[in-house]
Write a protein that binds this ligand. Structure first.
Ligand code: NAD
Ligand code: MG
Length: 382
């Protein structure tokens, strides 16, 4: 039995991870955490009996403690709770399924405690990739990608020498607004942007997919996970979400991973440390599928992708500004406080005033985030 802690167990990745735990019977859960959904967390505690649980909001943590008294499971709150879950002593692997750069500190702490990481929380790698990859190296910890594209690349690299990579072909569905013009996008409402054609995911990443900022974050994530340069990462739009990504090698050969869009495969591939195991579900039927199509991304309409490449290439604290401004803007858009195209305008604005720090440590990254928020509050919140 392998023991895992799940940070963000009530979310889209968190609940699918627990489905894998339930279906395989090969894993035991040591810690579960949520931001505020204590109803679901209580159910999960009763089913999986973790050694501890944590809730970000202190009042909610208190309520949960009351409601689960009979279980005798300690419930913690705040960042302290998240860090306790990340370092829970019996855990061998930590699944990072929280959304946003709130995941940086728990991810680093888990690595320092020697836990392998199943990494879904891409914002952590985007903003602190240099710290996370170095810490993993220092502590002999493995990082298994959960993001479907990165899992596909990881699968395509099995038994290959990564120094022989020529290009990474990161596939993108193009999201619900593929083919639209910029003026058509100005009318987009929250409901429209929350409709992803192929994947059912949390709200933030669904909005990110529609703006293609998600693909920008994934480009930076791929740079850190696979040690390639930005020139070696090409985004290919493939609207059916069948090819989950590809790797081209120096001899021109290309390896790809295909399948139906189901996050449980990349999740369990990470949990099983890159070993194959049975997973039920639909299989691809190529005769019914008939075709898989490709296009180049429209980086003018979906400027977030171009901005992400620029931020990634600039490096240092710039990807943190890109990510923090996006997190701020998406939350405001979901609250209906700013318009759809404002998301990109907010990111551009924040990037335009930032003074780059070349080698930010953890403190500088978190301070850059806070500074970006302060700046945007002053400029955009009214
Ligand atoms: P989600 O919104 O469905 O779930 C997020 C989880 O984090 C929930 O358990 C929530 O309670 C918790 N959380 C939210 N804010 C928190 C806070 N401030 N403090 C502590 N906990 C908090 O998100 P998701 O779609 O599952 O995505 C999680 C991560 O995985 C993201 O980084 C996302 O980019 C990545 N990812 C998701 C998918 C997917 O299919 N959903 C695919 C690839 C990558
Ligand atoms: Mg992805």
């Amino acid at each position: 039995m392998k023991i895992i802690s799940i940070l963000g167990s009530t979310g889209s990745i968190g609940t699918q991870t627990l489905e894998v735990v339930r279906q395989t019977g090969d894993f035991k859960v040591s810690a579960l955490t949520a931001g505020s959904n204590i109803e679901l967390l209580e159910k999960q505690m009763r089913e999986f009996h973790p050694a501890m649980a944590a809730v970000m909001q202190p009042e909610k943590a208190e309520l949960l403690k009351e409601r689960t008294k009979d279980l005798g499971i300690p419930v913690y709150s705040g960042m302290e709770g998240l860090l306790a879950a990340a370092t829970e002593s019996s855990a061998q692997m930590v699944v990072t399924a929280v959304v946003g750069m709130i995941g940086i500190r728990p991810t680093l702490k888990a690595i320092e405690a020697g836990k392998d990481i199943a990494l879904a929380n891409k914002e952590t790698l985007v903003t602190a990739g240099h710290l996370v990859m170095q810490a993993a190296k220092d502590h002999g910890v493995k990082i298994y990608p959960v993001d479907s594209e990165h899992s596909a690349i990881f699968q395509s690299l099995k038994r290959e020498d990564s120094s022989k990579i020529s290009r990474i072909l990161l596939t993108a569905s193009g999201g619900p607004f593929r083919g639209r013009s910029r003026s058509e996008l100005s009318q987009v409402q929250v409901e429209d942007a929350l409709k992803h054609p192929n994947w059912s995911m949390g709200a933030k990443i669904t909005i990110d997919s529609s703006t293609m900022v998600n693909k920008a974050l994934e480009v930076i994530e791929a740079k850190w996970l696979f040690g390639v340069s930005f020139d070696q990462i090409e985004v290919v739009v493939q609207p059916q979400s069948i090819i989950h990504s590809m790797v081209e090698f120096v001899d021109g050969g290309i390896m790809a991973q295909l399948g139906t869009p189901d996050m449980k495969l990349p999740i369990q591939y990470a949990l099983y440390e890159a070993k194959r195991n049975f997973l039920s579900g639909d299989r691809l039927n190529f005769a019914a599928l008939k075709q898989i199509t490709f296009e180049a991304p429209d980086m003018e309409t979906f400027k977030g992708l171009a901005l992400g490449y620029e931020a990634g290439r600039a490096g240092g604290s710039v990807p943190t500004v890109f990510n923090a401004a996006n997190e701020w803007a998406v939350a405001r858009f979901l609250d209906r406080k700013i318009g759809y195209l404002d998301i990109i305008a907010v990111i551009e604005d924040a990037l335009s005033v930032h003074e780059r720090i070349a080698h930010p440590d953890l403190e500088a990254i978190l301070e850059t985030e806070a500074e970006t928020y302060r700046y945007l509050e002053g400029r955009w919140a009214h």
